[in-house]
Design a protein. Sequence first.
Length: 421
Amino acid sequence: MSLFYKETNAESTLKLYNKGIVYKAEVIRPDDNNIVDFHRGERFLYGRVRSDSTPVVLKEQQMLKSIPSAPPDGAVRAVHFVTDVFQEMTLQFAKCVSLNKIVPDDPFLSTLKAYRAYVSPHDLYADYKKVIFNEVAIFFHNENVRVHNFDDFAQWFRRFSQRLLGDLRFTFPGFMKSKECPILSSGLAIEIAENQDAANDTLKVENFTQSKNWDFFVNTCDTYGFMIDYNVPWRIVADIDSEIMRQIARRYGYVNPYDLLGRAYRAAGPSYLIEGLRKDMYTLYNQVRTPYWTERETDRVGCTAQKAHSSDEYSFAEFEGAYGFYYFLDLYLFLRIMEERPELADKDRQMLITDVKSAVKSNNTTSAPLALFERIINKEFDKVGSFSYIKEATKIQKDISFQKGERDARRMKIDDDFSSY
């Protein structure tokens, strides 16, 4: 076991703390302004939220570009302008190797390769849901809960959510803001090494910070607009506010970081509400419910006997017909409040849910009301907006979208469909 650096997390809290201080002093030097701890402060959600704290997901079909300097056995992709800048930086490394300006045989910091970059948050969430669904099933089992229908299940699920959510997340937008969703899901991060252990500080120091090429790596990353992850030194992250990133992003029509986060990413909430939540709840209900069971019951005259019970079985078409959009909108808003835990009184939370539902119905749109809702529950507002405020702000946003041509026929059709629920 190393005397100065941690090699695993299986040590006392005091030792891990002290060794963490030593590692930090080794990695973050006074003159290095691009080595960043992404586990702390506002950087924790970098690339996964907009400036208003709304969780977002990359529009991957139009934004991703394969990185040429990746191993030939697998496709590695990042946001297009990030790929372009990374390729320019790899050429700079190759040039310096040929001129003997850096050590040529460093396994990681001489010839740069992209081993890992964008990871689909939808794929990560699909795996994550299996764990959460299992937690819910265990709760129902431990509490000996038997549900007769979906309404019965939903009441118990809400009760369970008040215990579970906060530390854990259930919804997709909640997952995007959780520690379970890595920065790789942003499309802005690239890993230049594989088979590394982020918990082993000894190897991180030996393989990276003590490399003869480390200073060149740090300075060159800074020049090309890349931050280095303090906890994972083989991971570099595009600083979208740096001059070179802005310059290359303009090739693709993005004028500044706010424009990028506004147009290259979309809000994670509306699409999950429309396409995901209902399917998830249908799946979870069928995982939890017991088709048949018996319970010993006592009648009015004191006689006891085993009585048979069953739970309702639905086809998905029957489920959709029985539980419409506003049923799941109400559930979605409740779950997001439980996940974010805003400092609101119960009556204010319920008023917020009521106001958002009213705004959605009166304006035939989900995006603007949900965006305002996200800002409120993430404490961007000092107090809950009234229905009149939400309604007016939603109407303004809707009018702006029409004027810009952003609300296409398909979006309008979806919004109109919602008004019928």
